[in-house]
Design a binder for this molecule. Structure first.
Ligand code: C5P
Length: 241
């Protein structure tokens, strides 16, 4: 995956419709290599928008967090592979059979999508986690580690994890898995980050072991999105030298 070597930044297209998303893509131009398309934009604009981004030479991270029977998830992953996406998400809680089916459906060609597992949603607190996990639920941190190990052993190429989990998961899992980290905010960013109580700076997340960073509002809500992206990219590149 050559793109992985060129830039670790993924811009989250969390726009409500394709017109505003396309305006953002146009504004960022070749400064952006990869985009994340999530369930809001995909439900609105679907495969044609993903195909358009791929056709414009961008890597696409399709963040639909599949969680269904192995056969259904396998079919969805095969469809995503046909669209040419670079990475996609499944829920680790779908189990080893579902993750193995996703891995098999992605194929093994050089351009095959990477399967990323989501462990515990960062929006859950301990009490909500206990309510959904039932009696005897482990603390979230333990559950994240166990689900992560299970997902990698079942064939996932990596994980989506928070900046606060990434160092521990890197230490536990070694260098191979892709660790894709959202919740990133440069110190200078003035964009509104409601919904994110614990953010990390790009360089800190990378030095903790992140492979890629997902950045939305720090770029897309900036008055000059391209300048914001280029500033983050320059900072990250300097840190990697
Ligand atoms: O906050 P920001 O706009 O950078 O969010 C970018 C993406 O990261 C969003 O698509 C959001 O769903 C995801 N995110 C996440 N976990 C967090 C924060 C953000 O998955 N804790």
């Amino acid at each position: 995956m050559d793109r992985m070597k060129s830039s670790p930044l993924i811009v989250a297209l969390d726009h409500p419709d394709e017109e505003t998303a396309r305006a953002c893509v146009d504004a960022l131009g070749e400064a952006a290599e990869r985009y994340k398309v999530g369930s809001v934009l995909f439900t609105r604009s679907g495969p044609p928008l993903v195909a358009e981004l791929v056709g414009r030479g961008h890597g696409v991270f399709l963040d639909l967090k599949f969680h269904d029977t192995p056969a259904t998830v396998g079919g969805a992953v095969a469809a995503a592979a046909d669209l040419g996406v670079e990475m996609l998400t499944v829920h680790a809680a779908g189990g080893t059979g579902m993750i193995a089916a996703a891995r098999a459906a992605a194929g093994s060609s050089p351009g095959a999508p990477r399967i990323l597992a989501v462990t515990v949603l960062t929006s859950l607190d301990e009490s909500t986690w206990r309510a959904v996990s039932g009696p005897g639920a482990r603390p979230i941190a333990e559950a994240v580690s166990e689900l992560a190990r299970m997902a990698i052993e079942a064939g996932a190429d990596g994980l989506v994890c928070s900046a606060h989990e990434v160092a521990r998961l890197r230490a536990e899992l070694g260098p191979a898995p892709l660790l894709v980290v959202p919740g990133i905010r440069p110190a200078w960013s003035e964009s509104d980050h409601r919904g994110q109580s614990r953010t990390a700076e790009p360089r800190a997340a990378l030095s903790a072991g992140a492979s890629c960073l997902v950045i939305g509002r720090a770029i897309t809500a900036d008055p000059d999105p391209r300048a914001a992206l280029e500033r983050i990219a320059a900072d990250v590149a300097a840190a990697r030298q």
